[in-house]
Design a protein around this ligand. Structure first.
Ligand SMILES: *[C@@H]1O[C@H](CO)[C@@H](O)[C@H](O)[C@H]1NC(C)=O
Length: 201
């Protein structure tokens, strides 16, 4: 573990009890696009058979679509987090000074509630990247950060891991003789693949 995470953990000491793993926020790609339509691919540049062949095995039908996809999927509306309950929650006994010790049933209930409350799912949504990407529709993940995910409050769901989709990007460069030369080149497009409850920066 590097210095950076040690520092961040120090600054976040107050919340360390429930969620010990801080995560780095990921940079989100920001594109500056020249709006000139001359730089857009034309119909002849959008032959699906050819572009599909160019992408080859990188074409991932689960995360990419050539035409506007229908309704978003329901991955995010899960009631209970997947996998086993994390140890730091499973071992909490919720005993507070001056309070009656909670029953086993109540303890289990509180643990389940806390687990759902602190769990940070990746929420997926289709995004239209515009005609200069192929496929132009990608399913990108985000972390639900509207409410705090820690007790006491203060931490929010933040990106913890990213993956890359390989897409084609329409690129134009000026020719020496004048005019433009445009072509599709493969690019790596970063998407959030895991969220964690972390200190806000
Ligand atoms: C797309 O490209 C393929 C292979 O090069 C070709 O056979 C086909 O006619 C093209 N389709 C269109 C609509 O141009």
């Amino acid at each position: 573990m590097g210095n950076k995470s040690t520092e961040r953990r120090g600054a976040c000491q107050h919340y360390y009890l429930l969620r010990p793993v801080p995560s780095d926020s990921l940079p989100v790609m920001d594109l500056l696009e020249d709006p000139d339509p001359a730089l857009d691919p034309k119909d002849r540049d959008l032959n699906e058979t050819e572009l599909r062949a160019r992408l080859g095995a990188h074409f991932d039908a689960h995360f990419m679509a050539v035409s506007a996809p229908g309704a978003a999927d329901t991955d995010a509306s899960r009631l209970r987090p997947p996998g086993p309950m994390p140890r730091d929650i499973r071992t909490l006994d919720f005993e507070l000074p001056g309070w009656k010790k909670p029953s086993k049933k109540m303890r289990r209930r509180l643990q389940l509630w806390l687990w759902s409350y602190t769990f940070c799912p990746v929420v997926y949504a289709w995004q239209d990247l515009g005609s200069r990407f192929w496929p132009r529709y990608v399913k990108v993940g985000s972390c639900a950060s509207k409410r705090s995910c820690s007790v006491p409050e203060g931490m929010v769901c933040s990106p913890a891991k990213s993956a890359h989709l390989t897409l084609l990007r329409w690129y134009c460069i000026p020719r020496k003789a004048g005019g433009l030369r445009c072509l599709w080149i493969p690019v790596q497009y970063p998407v959030i693949s895991e969220c964690k409850c972390a200190c806000s920066t």
